[in-house]
Design a protein around this ligand. Structure first.
Ligand SMILES: C[S@@+](CC[C@H](N)C(=O)[O-])C[C@H]1O[C@@H](n2cnc3c(N)ncnc32)[C@H](O)[C@@H]1O
Length: 272
């Protein structure tokens, strides 16, 4: 997709279903944003009543994203990012973090929510030396995503595949392991997978109550997964230190950051 296509969608009348909560807008509410509607706020509040630390957990996820991209663009030397399930732009979007370290970094964003599409212009503000693009696509169509991303990314060179807080929206029936495997099969050795996933086995009762409420109120259903189920996404990869951990414990910037509450398994791994 191009900038013009994003503008067309924004200038026309994008079809937002505001009567039903959608995760991009619910998550935006937890992060303190204003791109949400009454149905989103109601679902977000219901989730907070079940798991009061969900807003802190969402913030921990964004902080983790910044640290992971900073590491990948810095020490790991990655120059290409495929960020699937981008979300409504927030502070420290992937291209901003990556291009602050490596101005020639190329980023392709992917999301299937029309509200995120309407914000694509923000995501397309690349540095001059790098590039950004936005694909309006569903993670369940991995081949379509790979074909679209190939217009911006060189798949003969390492790519960081980012699946931050999205795989909980892929049910077991849709085989999330096969989807991740397909994406990884398209990138060469030296590529990375950065992934975060709401935990079923951290604060399990509160997380179960939150999942039940979200599944009643939100268009995108959730499947929270336990540590071993999330670890399976990294089969065949080399997990970087400190391994698969709760988000605040992945290379925290401070002791205070490490103490923040969250229920998110995260890992960053290299394809050997
Ligand atoms: C919880 S937000 C996470 C946003 C961002 N990755 C982050 O970690 O801050 C999940 C995002 O994934 C998107 N999403 C959910 N299911 C998707 C699917 N099947 N295909 C593409 N995007 C999807 C939603 O629209 C939403 O923007």
């Amino acid at each position: 997709m191009t900038t013009d296509a994003a503008a067309d969608q924004t200038d026309g009348s994008p079809e937002f279903d505001t009567s039903v909560a959608h995760v991009a807008r619910v998550y935006n509410y937890w992060l303190g944003g204003t791109d949400n509607f009454a149905a989103d706020r109601a679902a977000a509040e219901q989730a907070m009543a079940a798991y009061p630390d969900i807003a802190a957990s969402a913030r921990s996820n964004r902080a983790l994203l910044r640290r992971a991209v900073g590491h990948l663009a810095g020490e790991a030397g990655i120059r290409q990012f495929l960020d699937i399930g981008t979300g409504i732009p927030s502070a420290n979007n992937t291209h901003e973090v990556a291009q602050a370290v490596a101005p020639d970094a190329r980023i392709v964003y992917v999301d299937n929510d029309p509200v995120v599409l309407a914000h694509a212009r923000t995501l397309l503000k690349s540095s001059q030396d790098g590039a950004t693009d936005y694909l309006d696509a569903d993670l369940r169509t991995a081949d379509q995503i790979l074909a679209g991303a190939a217009e911006t990314l060189d798949f003969s060179q390492p790519v960081a595949i980012m699946l931050m807080a999205i795989l909980q929206h892929i049910s077991d029936e849709d085989d999330p392991y096969a989807i991740v495997g397909r994406l990884l099969s398209a990138v060469p050795a030296g590529s990375y997978l950065a992934l975060s996933h709401p935990a079923r086995d951290i604060e399990p009762e509160k997380m179960a109550a939150m999942a039940e409420r979200l599944n009643q109120m939100m268009a995108e259903k959730v499947t929270f997964r336990a540590e071993g189920e999330v670890a399976r996404f990294f089969d065949g990869l080399e997990l970087l230190e400190p391994g698969l951990v709760n988000a605040p414990n992945w290379r925290p910037g401070s002791a205070e950051e490490a103490r923040r509450p969250a229920a998110l398994w995260v890992g960053v791994a290299r394809k050997p």
